[in-house]
Write a protein that binds this ligand. Sequence first.
Ligand code: AMP
Length: 142
Amino acid sequence: MTAYDPNNIFAKILRGEFPCYKVYEDDHVLAFLDIMPRSTGHTLVIPKAPARNIFDITAEDYGHVARGAHKIAAAAKTAFKADGMTIGQFSEASGGQVVFHLHMHVMPRHDDVALLPPTSRKEDPKVLEDHATKLIAALQAF
Ligand code: AMP
């Protein structure tokens, strides 16, 4: 497998070299909005530990990411009045991975609304700011 590339975009976000719509952070994970959301409130949870994908992350760090996704999902259900939630994690190009720092997708779902295809549309920054504010507020309860 290809080695972890410390210059991937999410590593730059972790180092503060690139901006993001941060919604949550703890010692182990960072969560921020996907700028090309497939659903309203689409959020990514990433480990602070360098990991390319499922094949090199430790079970412990994967657990931290899953715990973060669990928290985001609970808050996003409230923030976006979601009917359901789709959680996903893609590994390697053949698995649909595009950014090679492990991330878990948390995608709030509404009845009869299909997911947009991956990376189909860049969201308006004002909408992302509004969604981040709503999600951060809802996270206070979790
Ligand atoms: P994947 O196919 O699982 O690798 O998904 C990568 C995701 O990262 C896609 O949903 C992109 O829309 C998203 N993405 C790419 N660049 C950024 C960025 N700078 N900030 C937030 N999300 C991003």
